[in-house]
Write a protein that binds this ligand. Sequence first.
Ligand code: ADP
Ligand code: ZN
Ligand code: ZN
Length: 822
Amino acid sequence: MLYVEAILPLPLYSTFTYSVPDSLADKISVGSRILVQFGRRKYYTALVASLCSTPPKDYEVKEIVDLLDSSPIVRRPQIQFWEWMADYYMCAPGDVMKAALPSALKPESETVVTLNRDYEPSAGEPMSEKEALVFSLLEHEGKMRLTDIEHSLEIGDVARLINIMFEKGIIEVAERMVNKYRAVKKTMVKLTIDRDDHDALHEFMHLVSRSRKQEQMLLNFLDQSRFLYRSEPLVDIEKEQLLKGSNGSPAILKALCDKGILTTYKVVVNRFESAAPNSTTSPASLSEAQQKALSEIRESFRDYSTVLLHGVTGSGKTEIYTHLIDEVIRQGNQVLYLVPEISLTTQLTDRVRKVFGNRLIVYHSKFSDSERVDIWKRVLSSNEPLIVLGARSALFLPFHRLGLVIVDEEHESSYKQYDPAPRYNARDSAIMLAHMHGAKTLLASATPSIETYYKSLNKKYGLVKLTERFNGANLPDVDFIDLREMRKRKTIKGMISTPLKLITQETLEQGGQAIIFQNRRGFAPVAICRTCGWTPKCRDCDVSLVYHKQSNMLRCHYCGYSTLLPRVCPACGENTIDVYGYGTERIAEDLHQLLPGHRVARMDLDTTRNKDGYQEIIEEFSSGETDILVGTQMVTKGLDFDNVRLVGVINADTLLNFPDFRSNERAFNMLEQVSGRSGRRKERGRVLIQTSRPDDPVLGFVRNHDYEGFYESEIADRQTFGYPPFTKVIMLYVKNRNATAVDKAASFLAGSLRNIFGNRVLGPDRPFVSRIATMHLRSIMLKVEAAASMKKVKELCRRAYLDVASDPDVKSSTIYYDVDPV
Ligand code: ADP
Ligand code: ZN
Ligand code: ZN
């Protein structure tokens, strides 16, 4: 007897065993989807993770209900990768599966109804007329979908009826799966006769002889299909191609079909069909410094499977990748090229496509589900060399001969998925994926994460440096504007100081452009009543609402709740509500007033919400239609503009000294990266940072573009306080709608964890925002030895949880883990 271990789409920590009926034994394989029963009445689509021939000892297994695929939709290495991810990030294999598959491949459930064989009618509870109707229908049909019952009986509210019958035990309800994938089809045309049937062909020619257009189309078909060229194989013709080739209309084709000469049929096509590689150009020739870095990377790959390329902003890392990719492709292997979602601009894709043509597959979250399925299928079915350029979810594609993984901007926090599980870091997962494939990984950044740099200094990764910008461009000059001074002397109104204004003006007048960075969106982050001190808070979260002027709304940036700004204070009734603080909307408005005649664009979550918003803003700035680009962290990342000579930072204070061990790292990265947008060509760029603490050491490192110095000071702190990379941090979150319950559950759980992990447990604490979307949140920090096995830690956490699991407050709470939080 054959058994399978199946992954179910449920947040359960294990896989489940089912037996395979003999009829399916030779069709089933690892990676196939199956329909299984789970619990008493529920059915799910599951995925075969492995096959085995011994049954589990301690329980009786159920049989698989059905096999859904004729061939597997996932490759074996993918499943190993999912298992690793579920262990490392302490989540359920089902959660990983849900994240990995495009949703059209994980079909939705639909209710299927059957009679309950154990049902015994009792005199005390007779069936209603409608129930009896459903009963006899099911007796006849066996099992039916809810929608079909609705159709056959033409009675209303079948769902409620079914529910009542279910409660009475008359019927069973199961979940069945419907496929949501929409294939793209094309119409093909073929001739209805054999090649040798000369008589029939003659007759056809006669049939069309009175319509010149029909004759023309038939002749064109005979030509295109090679019907008359006996030495060549006969081919069917795509409808569009025939209409174009014969200059005909669909009506003429229809006439030919009606006469029985031609006939049409449909075939499914992959939207991302692999075609022969179209004409491409070879990679750009490298500068001397780039060439040297490239050969060092190659050399380093001999000793290390992972190499860090530490290259300053504008050093031309992309061109180096292109050369590496080219080599791997020539060897017939596949490449995964990961970038933060936001970098997937046409700026980048065009550059890469120029070299690799349609070997390049771009994959990101803006694709429709069916498009994702087609990409999935192309990667699944292809043995050809490919490059997938994508955001973090591209990690899950069914690669086959992965030879190289590139993680651009490896320090980026957007590689980390926060919600829902799996809360994985795509960079670290990519290294594991590469390892499983025996592939190499190149990590690259101008500001590598502390962990990565530490590993490369300690010879776990190779290290290659590229210290000059391409084409001899210089790194920009960084100056500070002391807000404290200016406020003391009252020489600043608003947030744009006179020096910042004047230098921006000068830059623009000399034909340059400027980027202004402010890390808050909206108009003003707080509103307060002058009379009574009332301030609007979110209904569902523990945060102030942000005022958005254009829409005159107050918005919650955590849950999206919004409401009109009240005209009078709801607490005291006075007309005295003022707004304070500066978001991007206000900065853009102020710049507009201070620098009349110059065009200001804004780039933040609000202006880029629609599909092409981001692209349009970048193109307008790139072409010089706009002069100043004001934005949130979106403007700090990866953008490459010729003409930006000034970068202004409105207030660095908001980045410095957060109560969190990563705040310095985040601040340094953000400031160094945004600086890196300035002066990327001939002209030396400038950076002006406004701050009330110009002596902050982090700012000193930014001024000198001194990554190493920053690293030295940061790694010393991390060692002193026992933070990563010297330990591994796991955050446990406890969530509950009830404030008392959440506190109780969190302290219970922390206590239980302390019994096992001792002083490695810190907390419980209130996170920075301790209530989000009506849920109260508490956190517990667990610091374990850097080399600890996460599988083991997961087991111990599980044990700690089970010890308190029967407590009602723990039971009513949601508990989840965040491993390696960023
Ligand atoms: P980075 O990613 O290191 O910040 P980019 O790869 O964006 O830098 O390169 C910066 C700019 O220099 C880009 O506009 C790129 O086209 C150009 N560039 C870099 N290397 C070359 C090269 N070898 N030949 C031509 N242009 C190059
Ligand atoms: Zn008031
Ligand atoms: Zn909210």
